[in-house]
Design a binder for this molecule. Structure first.
Ligand SMILES: [Zn+2]
Length: 318
């Protein structure tokens, strides 16, 4: 008498890629969290960013452990990203213009691909898995090398054709020249990079980042204190603008600058209050996923593309 052959049962996973200017963070993400993770330099002497994306995807695929199978891929990139068409309209630091990333990857790998903007993906992850879990309408503001926001409205991350949340540039006509061609953009003085650069410009002292400016301010350096306060004031004006436009009651603050903790959030709360009169002051909440937010966001995009809907029970190490 023969017994039916045992059907192999494997668990679904997605490949998740978070493309940054320096590194691509890559992970195989299963239903209960990351299974494998690795990093690939975005650009080397003999490799362009698109080739690095393909390399990272193939390397991940080959690293999927026994007992798992790949159902999709999610990728988060900087720039102007049209999530619906699956096209990166432009990403200056990657040298991309009108790159049909979704169809390229689907042809290469043969699985469904979801693509999205890195900060919107990070906001998606914070909403589903991190500090914004369970929240209604709210914003995620990421302050790192640049500044961008992701807005959750009516139960979805609002993309605006790729333009929503691109708050780092524009809005001023005077001030320090910005890489975008404008002047006085908030990124020039309130991003982590901008705070460090402004301190160096005023003192001639090179500092590696905003953290050192904060440390100097806390040690009594009046220029450092002024540069820090000016940056935080700008962020307060920015958050207040989101609240004034959208009536948000919660703003999750992420990106590298939030590692300063209360040294950022306390004066930021005061700054937001300065720029609001009739509106309720929103709760400011530090992000929960740190530098993994983009990778988890990419994984969620991959799960969505694979038709498995949303994933809300990932076990995320905190
Ligand atoms: Zn600018």
């Amino acid at each position: 008498m023969s017994t039916p052959a045992a059907r192999p049962t494997t668990s679904p996973t997605v490949l998740a890629l978070d493309v940054g200017g320096t590194d691509i963070k890559a992970a195989v993400v299963g239903e209960h969290g990351m299974v494998v993770r690795t990093t690939v330099p975005t650009r080397t002497a003999d490799r362009e960013p698109l080739d690095s994306v393909l390399l990272a995807a193939h390397r991940l695929w080959e690293s999927v452990p026994a007992g798992y199978h790949v159902t999709g891929l999610g990728i988060a990139t900087p720039g102007i990203v049209d999530d619906e068409d699956g096209v990166v309209r432009g990403a200056e630091n990657l040298g991309w213009r009108e790159v049909p990333l979704r169809s390229l990857l689907e042809e290469e790998l043969g699985v469904p691909v979801g693509i999205g903007h890195d900060v919107r993906a990070g906001g998606l992850a914070e909403w589903r898995l991190g500090a914004g879990r369970g929240a209604g309408d709210h914003a995620f503001v990421a302050v790192g090398t640049g500044i961008a926001a992701s807005v959750v409205l009516h139960g979805a991350v609002y993309a605006g054709g790729g333009w929503a949340g691109e708050v780092g540039h524009g809005g001023r006509t005077t001030g320090e020249p910005c890489a975008c061609g404008g002047r006085g953009c908030i990124e020039t003085y309130a991003s982590a990079a901008g705070i460090a650069r402004r301190y160096t410009a005023r003192t001639g002292v090179h500092v590696p980042g905003a953290r050192e400016v904060l440390e100097r301010a806390q040690a009594g350096d009046v220029v450092a204190a002024d540069v820090w306060a000016h940056g935080v004031d700008g962020l307060g004006e920015l958050v207040a603008g989101l609240v004034r436009t959208l009536g948000l009651r919660l703003v999750v603050v992420g990106g590298g600058l939030v590692r300063a903790g209360d040294a950022l959030l306390d004066p930021l709360d005061a700054a937001v209050r300065r720029y609001l009169t009739v509106h309720p002051v929103p709760e400011l909440r530090p992000a929960g996923l740190g530098s993994d937010a983009g990778t988890y966001g990419a994984a969620l995009l991959g799960w969505g593309a694979s038709g498995r809907g949303t994933l809300t029970d990932l076990v995320v190490p905190v």
